[in-house]
Design a protein around this ligand. Structure first.
Ligand SMILES: [Zn+2]
Length: 183
């Protein structure tokens, strides 16, 4: 099992538009395996490759409940090909914005076109939790975060909070440098 480091806000790479996958090779299969390991370990129900700092259009999802068998799903180069006019509001979170949750309104149903691991083009219609999850993850492949769908006031507040936390973490790093204080 190999888990990768999940980058968090305000890491600028989260704002990158990821590149389309051109070939399903060994490296891509390893990325997908690592993404599942990382997602299950977190734990999360969806992960985009950019969250482990790989700017490729790859998304892993598993919305199975805890007492249900695993349902790993991979979406390569996913795009929303249709979205319902009807919307639904869910409280969302993000592994790259830990411990922050906010209600987001999105289309309640979407069709998503993608490539599977055998290179075949597929299209699925998703509703409810899966629809929200796929829209959230596809947003990641375009450098969009769920906080872009909330009010500017709330977005500014959470961004500020994470910038401060990142600064503190930097400070901690210098503090744990070997020092005569540790003799
Ligand atoms: Zn996310």
């Amino acid at each position: 099992m190999t888990t990768r480091y999940i980058i968090i806000l305000p890491d600028k790479r989260l704002r990158l538009a990821s590149e389309p996958v051109k070939a399903i090779d060994k490296e891509l299969r390893r990325l997908v395996d690592d993404m599942f390991d990382t997602m299950y370990e977190a734990p999360g129900i969806g992960l985009a490759a950019i969250q482990v700092a790989v700017p490729k259009r790859v998304v892993t999802v598993d919305i199975a409940k805890k007492d249900e068998p695993k349902q790993p799903q991979v979406f390569i180069n996913p795009v929303v090909s249709w979205a319902s006019e009807e919307t639904a509001t869910y409280e969302e979170g993000c592994l790259s914005i830990p411990d922050y949750y906010e209600e987001v309104t999105r289309p309640v149903a979407v069709k998503v076109k993608f490539m599977d691991l055998s290179g075949k083009t597929q299209e699925i219609e998703a509703t409810g939790l899966l629809a929200t999850c796929l829209q959230h993850e596809i947003d990641h492949t375009n450098g969009v975060l769920f906080i872009d769908h909330i009010s500017k006031l709330k977005r500014d507040l959470v961004t500020k909070k994470f910038k401060k936390a990142a600064k503190r973490a930097d400070g901690d790093k210098t503090r744990v440098e070997p020092s005569t204080r540790d003799l």
